[in-house]
Design a protein around this ligand. Structure first.
Ligand code: NAD
Length: 382
């Protein structure tokens, strides 16, 4: 029997946690031993006693959880200082940001520790219930609209009153993936007039089905990877996109940018000269600010004014709705555990032949598993 440990998140602005009492109950029912760091649910108003009632053992000393666990589940990757307190055979399951953490991954490999990156779980129907990228991005889409709404000095819906008629706010969403589609749906529910653009034309129908308009821009061949991710555009295509969307941006009250490229820096899509054409007081929310930004002048972790327009780049969006985000993330982890649960041995059993683990496992017992990360690290060390 192995011990599954859950520790408190360490980042200052992180309010989510990786387990709720309901998950403890489900794990205990399977016969799992659950060790939880005291205070894990404080930021979402869940007391230690609720975890104890559900069947977990609470440990006040973080180092003890780290030292005893065979599997450690968290939202963000554990720091090296934390990992040095763990067993060298431990398997950590969390977001890992693997493309930007190559040095850390090398250390994990060399130290023998295993790491499973939830963002590398395949985007297949079998994996939908474990898809933490989608669960958190969907909430991010909602939060970004809520932030824009509370910042804009206008209301979203049309209002006809004896005191005059208010036109609906115009919201332009760039990037209609998981976060963008939720932003479109949320803005639409609030009564805004919504328009959206994505380089993957396959999403045009989804945008329309949510009541949005799709901005047609002919940038030539775009395509997507076999995982459904957008391919990077050429500089010429980016230029065409920037010009073609400029008028739409200028006439929008709110622009929400969610354009990302998996494993790469997001494209810069809105330059300052276009921001200057927006009405003063308009709002841009840059989902990609923490990775370099879709918007010139956006600042990661901050709200700034660029050419009279409020540009929100606060990031860590799902943490703003921490209880729901924790519930969804913890359920994603639970689904992952169930997929690999060995009922007889009462432990997680990692079968390396499984296609989920072939991509999601980054390191395992001193080996690099994910082929892309392996290739990147092998190239780097050549
Ligand atoms: P993402 O976060 O990598 O990107 C967000 C969006 O930005 C994407 O729609 C992308 O096409 C778009 N984009 C990139 N460059 C752009 C540009 N220059 N201009 C405008 N838009 C641009 O993507 P995601 O939201 O995580 O979704 C990735 C894919 O995975 C999608 O195809 C989605 O449908 C698919 N998916 C599948 C499953 C499943 O089958 N289980 C689950 C979730 C997502």
């Amino acid at each position: 029997m192995s011990i599954i440990g859950f520790v408190k998140e360490q980042l200052e602005n992180e309010r989510r946690c990786s387990i709720l009492p309901l998950n403890v109950k489900a794990y205990v029912k399977l016969g799992a031993t659950i060790l939880v760091e005291s205070g894990i649910g404080t930021s979402v108003n869940i007391d230690d006693s609720e975890y104890i009632d559900a069947g977990a053992t609470i440990e006040t000393d973080r180092a003890c959880v780290l030292a005893k666990a065979d599997f450690l589940m968290s939202i963000h990757a554990l720091s090296k200082a934390d990992l040095e307190k763990t067993k060298t055979t431990v398997c950590c399951i969390s977001f890992l940001d693997p493309f930007n953490a190559l040095e850390h991954i090398k250390w994990l490999q060399e130290s023998g520790r295993s790491a499973l990156s939830v963002e590398m779980i395949p985007r297949s129907s079998r994996c939908q219930k474990m898809d933490a990228l989608s669960s958190q991005a969907s909430l991010a889409g909602y939060v970004m609209v809520a932030k824009a709404m509370s910042t804009l000095p206008r209301i979203f819906p049309m209002m006809m009153t004896p005191a005059g008629t208010l036109k609906p706010a115009k919201v332009f969403v760039i990037g209609a993936g998981v976060a963008g589609l939720q932003a479109i749906a949320t803005a639409k529910r609030l009564g805004a007039a919504v328009i959206a653009y994505d380089t993957r034309e396959v999403v045009a129908e989804q945008v329309r089905s949510l009541g949005g308009k799709f901005l047609a821009i002919d940038i030539g061949e775009t395509g997507q990877t076999d995982q459904g991710y957008a391919k990077a555009l050429t500089p010429e295509q980016i230029e065409i996109q920037q010009q073609a969307q400029a008028d739409c941006i200028a006439s929008s009250d709110v622009v929400i940018t969610t354009a990302q490229l998996f494993g790469r820096k997001p494209p810069l899509l809105i330059k300052k000269d276009v921001i200057a054409k927006m009405k003063p007081g308009s709002v841009i929310v840059d989902m990609a600010a923490e990775n370099g930004g879709n918007v010139e002048g956006s600042v990661s972790g901050s709200v700034v004014t660029v050419e009279g327009v409020t540009v929100i780049g606060t990031g860590n969006w799902a943490s703003e709705v921490a209880l729901d985000a924790s519930q969804m993330y913890a359920n994603n982890l639970q689904a992952l555990l169930l997929e690999f649960w060995d009922a007889e041995a009462k432990t997680i059993s990692l079968n390396l032949e499984d296609d989920i683990l072939q991509t999601a496992l980054i390191t395992h017992h001193g080996e690099l598993i994910n082929p892309t990360i392996k290739a990147l690290l092998t190239q780097e060390s050549v």
